[in-house]
Write a protein that binds this ligand. Structure first.
Ligand code: 1CP
Length: 350
């Protein structure tokens, strides 16, 4: 069904993004990009000049501006709240920083039960700037939905236990295998913080939430099921009780997509390594999100759009499909190429 009236949504609920998430007919395949705000945009680099990453996340006027930048430039079907998965930890008092060119760095990594117990639970009083930024955004966005987000317990635990970015997550998994009581306490702690953080965003007006379990692909299905999934499920259940749809995303999750859906997702995010038909077979009657290889924007436009068309066509077999890249926008991406990709997806006749 392609009509002008259907395209001109007047509220987020009428728009292509939430329709696809609910598995309803859409005027076009909705599209947004993970990390659509940020270093690929000159206007982002301009407003961030001299302002630290975490500081920028705590200044509502900057969060509103940075979140709006890709919406203005690309006309994407959803905005993603500008923040970071470690921001709620910073807000409750964990000594950490986001170091340029590195990522989150934690001053005293978490290793013992006492370390876990020293982390306070999150209450709305820790994050008044989030409430203010979301409320400001919702009024500025009008009919464009805002996606709130949190880091999933495993991925956030990795930063807390390793003390910074890690390739193999060895210390984190060593705790999971060897100190189950500490692990369980840590996962419960982070799940509680994530659920409370999402609740603040939804209460202030976010239309959907995404749980980022970026590094879950480091786990076997059995370890994921027993040591991680129950904690992510708790976060997703809490968000579900607020009445918003939940997207659940990770990288390298070819063998986990079914479980990530069962954890309580309405939409399962798929990285670019898993063909959509294989992903759809695993997630069953759920919507999917993804999954163009983020490097295809560096290819000639007609190569990129031909691959995008394949993704859109494959997505038609799912209950609903939200177009995205298979992971975040690479910083060197040409914004004009993302604009062409957005127009191609929105103009593609289903
Ligand atoms: O100074 C800067 O610009 C720092 C770069 C940066 C940015 C722009 C970081 C540091 N975080 C962010 C914003 C951010 N982080 C967003 C909002 C922007 C948008 O999507 O438009 C979101 C959703 C995140 C979430 C995030 N942070 C994830 C999950 C998503 C993913 O990419 O898998 C993860 C793993 C992080 C940790 C993190 N923060 C920053 C970096 C460089 C990293 C990754 C470090 C690593 O490789 O472990």
């Amino acid at each position: 069904m392609t009509t002008t009236a259907a395209t001109a949504a007047t509220t987020p609920a009428d728009g292509a993004f939430l329709k696809a998430v609910r598995g309803e007919p859409v005027p076009h395949t909705p599209v947004w990009f993970m990390r659509q705000a940020g270093r690929s945009l000159p206007e982002y680099l301009a407003v961030r000049e001299g302002v630290g990453m975490l500081e920028s996340c705590m200044r509502p006027e900057l969060v509103v501006e940075i979140t709006m930048q890709p919406v203005r430039r690309y006309g994407v079907d959803a905005a993603i709240f500008f923040s970071d998965i470690v921001l709620p930890l910073k807000a409750v008092g964990v000594d950490l920083d986001i170091v340029p060119g590195v990522g989150p760095v934690v001053a005293s990594p978490v290793r013992t039960l006492a370390d876990v117990e020293a982390i306070p639970d999150l209450t709305p009083e820790h994050v008044p700037f989030i409430t203010e930024a979301v409320a400001g955004l919702v009024s500025e966005l009008g009919a464009t939905p805002l996606i709130g987000f949190a880091g999933a317990p495993f991925t956030v635990a990795s930063y807390l236990v390793e003390g910074g970015p890690s390739k193999d997550h060895a210390r984190t998994k060593a705790m999971m295998f060897g100190a189950p009581d500490v692990w369980d306490a840590l996962m419960r702690k982070i799940a509680g913080i994530a659920a409370a953080y999402l609740e603040v965003q939804v209460a202030a007006g976010a239309s959907a939430v995404q749980l980022f379990d970026s590094w879950a692909g480091a786990l076997t299905p059995d370890d994921y099921r027993t040591a991680v999934m129950p904690h992510s499920a708790r976060v997703l259940a809490a968000a579900g009780e607020l009445g918003v749809p939940r997207i659940h995303f990770g990288v390298g999750t070819a063998n986990l997509l079914g479980l990530m859906g069962e954890a309580g997702a309405d939409v399962v995010g798929v990285d670019w390594r898993t063909p959509l038909p294989a992903a759809i077979a695993q997630v069953g009657d759920r919507a999917i999100q993804g999954n163009l290889d983020p490097t295809l924007v560096f290819a000639p436009t007609e190569v990129m759009t031909a691959r995008a068309a394949e993704v859109i066509e494959a997505g038609r077999a799912a209950r609903g499909h939200v177009f995205n890249l298979g992971h975040g926008v690479i910083p060197a991406t040409d914004p004009d190429q993302l604009k062409r990709l957005t127009e191609f997806v929105q103009g593609y006749r289903l």
